[in-house]
Write a protein that binds this ligand. Structure first.
Ligand SMILES: [Zn+2]
Length: 275
């Protein structure tokens, strides 16, 4: 190897913060640490990655792979953000949403106002961005760099995000704490699939106690039709639909329905042109 080339190469690979490009980087938990501190890790702890499917409007699908990893999701860390981001604006997002999330985890009787829905959505987007980096199997972050930088600058998720909250009263087993990340490709046109296209959308799902949040992002700004079996149990919080609602008014998911989400959410949800 030439002596001259080595230092150059090294310089190119110094990792910088995914938001502000600063360094050095610090470890960030996919699930915020306060959740681990305040709630015990009873039951199983599951993490699923890399359920990659190709979808088109005519229903043709190619299924790739899915991996179920048994590891504590609360211990998953990524080294992608700098100290200043982590202890500054990211910490503020965590602080402002913590009391709301705590109530939802414990299934307390609270009303989610528009302001609280906005805070929850902001938290969900931040968790989805960080969570994508923990999905080492995929080696690709679907939420675009432009989207990430826009979120860093404005702290407002774009309409390419769709976020829903749900409620789980499953008391035992795997569904007490869950993180799933799906990548998929979807087109608004019918396609002839000659070769597997690159994924252009992602789903992230976090479950803790009663709290269920689903974060969708696609390159194409579209509306989503969720499977009827679960759609009436999810309330959209982003883009805002302009109503406050009582958390306890959401019909709760059974274990079977959460399993359905795990296996079928990407397969049975369809993007339609945004109107
Ligand atoms: Zn930073």
């Amino acid at each position: 190897m030439s002596k001259n080339k080595t230092p150059k190469k090294k310089e190119q690979y110094i990792p910088t913060c995914i938001f502000c490009k600063s360094k050095p980087l610090t470890l960030e938990h996919v699930w915020p640490q306060w959740i681990e501190k305040e709630f015990s890790k009873e039951g199983e702890d599951k993490h699923i990655v890399n359920n990659y499917q190709t979808l088109s409007q005519d229903g043709s699908r190619i299924r790739y792979s899915s991996k179920l990893l048994n590891r504590h999701v609360t211990r998953m860390v990524v080294k992608k953000v700098c100290v200043s981001c982590n202890s500054g604006w990211m910490s503020r997002i965590e602080t402002e949403s913590k009391p709301i999330i705590k109530s939802l985890i414990l299934d307390e009787s609270i009303t989610l106002t528009l302001d609280e829905q906005t805070k929850l959505a902001r938290w969900g987007v931040l968790r989805a961005i960080i969570g994508e980096y923990a999905d080492a199997e995929n080696h690709k972050q679907i939420i675009s760099k432009e989207e990430r930088l826009n979120f860093f600058q404005t702290k407002i998720p774009s309409p390419k995000f769709k976020i829903w909250v749900g409620r789980s009263l499953v008391k035992e087993g795997a569904w007490k704490q869950f993180f799933i990340h799906f990548n998929a490709y979807q087109s608004l046109q019918n396609l002839t699939l000659l070769s597997p296209p690159e994924p252009n959308l992602q789903w992230s799902l976090f479950v803790k106690g009663a709290f269920v949040i689903i974060i969708y992002w696609s390159e194409i700004q579209c509306d989503i039709i969720l499977p009827a079996i679960i759609s009436h149990k999810l309330v959209q919080i982003h883009p805002l639909e302009n109503t406050s609602f009582k958390y306890e008014s959401i019909l709760s998911f059974s274990e079977e329905e959460l399993e359905y989400i795990r296996k079928n959410l990407t397969k049975h949800s369809f993007a339609i042109a945004h109107t």
